[in-house]
Write a protein that binds this ligand. Structure first.
Ligand SMILES: Cc1cc2nc3c(=O)[nH]c(=O)nc-3n(C[C@H](O)[C@H](O)[C@H](O)COP(=O)(O)O)c2cc1C
Length: 209
C-alpha cells in the first residue's frame, strides 16, 4: 500500500524545510478551532509507556503574560552578561522571543510523577518523560506550520520563578514556553543562521566499536 505518495513525501520534506522557530508575529488572532485541531496532535504523539506526561498551561491574562515577559527579559539580560566582545554585541541584537506579540502563549510542562503508563520505560531513565513532551511538541510544531501558523520555543526563563507565578505543581518540569501566532514572514533559514550566530550541520553518525 502506497498510502504516502512521492508527492506527499516531497510535501512533508517541504513542511520540515519551512518549519521555523518564529519570534516575529502578527497580532491578529488565531481561531480557537484551528488551535484545538493543532493541539489534537498531542493525542497522536509517542510517549514513554503511553504516559502522556504533557501538561499545558495557557497564559491569557495580562498579569500572567506580564510576569512571563518580565521573567524572559531578566533571564535574557543575565544570559547576555555571559558573553563578551563581539558575541555579546551579536547576542544583544538577537530577538529571542515573540512573547511581546504572540496571540497564544502556552507553557508546556512534564508531570514527573504521573502514574499513567505505570512507570513503563521510565524506571531507569525518568527523563524519558520529558523527552516524550519534546516529541509531542515537535509534532504540534509541524501541524501548526502546515496550517500556516508559526511557533516559537522560548527557554530563556527562570523556571522556578515561572512555576511560582503560574502556581504550578512542584512535580511538574518546564519543557517549553511556546509562542504561537501568524508569522510576519516565512523562511527556509533559521534566524540564528541569518544573524550569523550559528550554522546548521545536520546529523553526525559514528560507528560503534
Ligand atoms: C529546546 C529548544 C529551546 C529553544 N529556546 C529558544 C529560545 O529561548 N529563544 C529563541 O529565540 N529560540 C529558541 N529555540 C529555537 C532555536 O534557536 C531554533 O530552533 C534553532 O536556531 C534552529 O532554527 P529553526 O527552528 O528555525 O530551524 C529553541 C529551540 C529548542 C528546540
Amino acid at each position: 500500500m502506497d498510502r504516502f505518495s512521492p508527492d506527499f513525501r516531497n510535501l512533508l520534506g517541504d513542511l520540515m524545510r519551512w518549519r521555523r522557530d518564529v519570534r516575529r508575529f502578527r497580532t491578529d488572532p488565531v481561531d480557537e478551532a484551528l488551535l484545538r485541531s493543532c493541539l489534537d496532535t498531542f493525542l497522536l504523539a509517542p510517549s514513554v509507556g503511553l504516559s502522556e506526561p504533557w501538561r499545558l498551561i495557557r497564559l491569557q491574562t495580562v498579569s500572567a503574560r506580564r510576569a512571563a515577559l518580565d521573567n524572559f527579559n531578566d533571564a535574557n539580560a543575565e544570559a547576555l552578561g555571559g558573553y563578551d566582545g563581539e558575541r555579546a554585541q551579536l547576542y544583544s541584537q538577537l530577538k529571542l522571543s515573540g512573547m511581546q506579540d504572540a496571540p497564544i502563549q502556552i507553557a508546556v510542562y512534564c508531570d514527573e510523577s504521573t502514574t499513567k503508563g505505570a512507570g513503563l520505560g521510565a524506571r531507569s531513565m525518568p527523563e524519558m518523560r520529558r523527552y516524550s513532551v519534546v516529541a509531542a511538541i515537535t509534532q504540534f510544531w509541524l501541524a501548526a506550520r502546515a496550517e500556516g501558523l508559526g511557533v516559537g520555543w522560548v527557554s530563556i526563563l527562570d523556571p522556578a520563578r515561572l512555576a511560582r507565578d503560574l502556581d504550578v505543581p512542584a512535580d511538574w518540569t518546564l519543557v517549553a514556553y511556546l509562542c504561537i501566532g501568524w508569522p510576519e514572514k516565512e523562511s527556509t533559514n533559521p534566524e540564528l543562521e541569518t544573524a550569523r550566530w550559528e550554522d546548521r550541520r545536520g546529523a553526525l553518525m559514528i560507528e560503534a566499536r
